[in-house]
Design a protein around this ligand. Structure first.
Ligand SMILES: C[S@@+](CC[C@H](N)C(=O)[O-])C[C@H]1O[C@@H](n2cnc3c(N)ncnc32)[C@H](O)[C@@H]1O
Length: 344
């Protein structure tokens, strides 16, 4: 165990950019930007990415973002800050592979295929399903609430349970991977418990939906909340850079849970915490992803592949351990499980 800790610390020490002091909780005194100003910012946003050069004064290494192709920290040109309007007005570039990244609509697209003109790739149906505008719209309007029938405690209680697991990393950077419409990312951000919250999903429409809720909630746009499109199997962060990762009701949707948890383990800093929830597998799974529950949906969104990856508790623990996470613990309520692992 001690050897593992030393090895992790050694591998992480080559990233001095992220060996920073803990950031205090969000200042309540920050000026608030009205929601409509983002639309204005969008309208006047320039495309600064073309001429990013490292020697320019307003160019800096990003706080957290790394190139999803080569994992080099991205160079940023634009206003600093991990909030929607600053990120929207910034351009990002990898000096190693020369690839540029900009915001699309309201989210920063950090997928490998961002900017591709001809190439497109279909992911498994359990990923593609959530890219649909209809599913994204319905998600927080009844779909998610259905999970309670399988033992999920509901948004407020799940949030509190996750917060309890994250106590030791308060003040750090939290990424809500596969955030969907951002039901938890928004709560993490407004809790003020983290220096930055990154709401990350592969679905463009989920991220748009998240933005709509942010406007409705009147979440201040200078809240340290960023919207990022990325693939869980290729996280756009440098190794050992993230303090906390939350993945609500997501692991059963991922194309390769082992690649995903390995990525989560790679980007967590030593001591960093991963918390996930999912449905436990059972031969008679009657949850909202069962073939029976998805049948009515087929009529409106077309064929739905219900082959989600459900796991037993032993498999989840084994997966976390095989990806190098320690201190596994879990809470179970019928088919619902919240599990956690820590980067040594
Ligand atoms: C059931 S929703 C969970 C949303 C939210 N976290 C919650 O707790 O309700 C699963 C999410 O996983 C996302 N997802 C599926 N495949 C993904 C991938 N390859 N990379 C990132 N996110 C993915 C979907 O877009 C969807 O938003």
């Amino acid at each position: 165990m001690e050897l593992a800790v030393r090895a992790a610390a050694a591998s992480c020490s080559s990233y001095p950019l992220f060996q920073r002091a803990r950031v205090p909780r969000r200042s309540p005194g920050l000026p608030q930007l009205p929601a409509r100003r983002v639309a204005v910012a969008a309208a006047i946003a320039v495309d600064p990415i073309q001429d990013i050069k490292p020697e320019q004064n307003d160019v800096s290494k990003t706080e957290v973002f790394a190139c999803p192709v080569c994992y080099e920290p991205l160079i940023r040109k634009g206003p600093p800050g991990m909030n929607l309007s600053a990120i929207y007005r910034s351009g990002f570039k990898c000096l190693k592979c020369n690839k540029s990244y900009t915001s699309k609509d309201i989210f920063l697209d950090l997928t490998v295929t961002s900017g591709a003109k001809e190439y497109s790739e279909l992911k498994p149906a359990r990923t593609e399903l959530f890219r649909s505008p209809l599913v994204s719209f319905l998600y927080e309007r009844g779909w998610r609430q259905n999970f309670n029938r399988s033992g999920f405690p509901g948004r407020d209680e799940e949030f509190q349970m996750a917060q309890d697991y994250f106590q030791s990393v308060a003040g750090g950077i939290l990424v809500d991977v596969s955030c969907g419409s951002g039901l938890f990312a928004r709560k993490f951000a407004t809790s003020g418990a983290y220096s930055s919250v990154i709401a990350l999903d592969f679905s463009e429409n989920m991220l748009r939906q998240c933005y709509d809720y942010i406007k409705q909630d009147d979440t201040p746009l200078n809240t340290n909340l960023a919207l990022v499109r990325a693939d869980i199997s290729r996280l756009p962060f440098a190794s050992c850079s993230i303090d906390a990762i939350h993945a609500g009701a997501a692991i059963h949707c991922w194309p390769s849970p082992s690649n995903a948890v390995a990525e989560i383990s790679r980007v967590l800093r030593p001591g960093g915490i991963f918390v996930g929830t999912t449905f436990l597998s059972s031969p008679t799974n009657s949850g909202p992803f069962s073939a029976g529950a998805l049948r009515p949906l087929r009529q409106i969104v077309g064929p739905v592949n219900s082959s989600y990856n459900f796991f037993t508790e032993g498999e989840l623990e084994d997966l976390c351990k095989s990806c190098g996470l320690v201190n596994y613990s879990s809470k179970v309520q019928r088919s619902f499980i919240m599990f956690s692992g820590q980067k040594p």
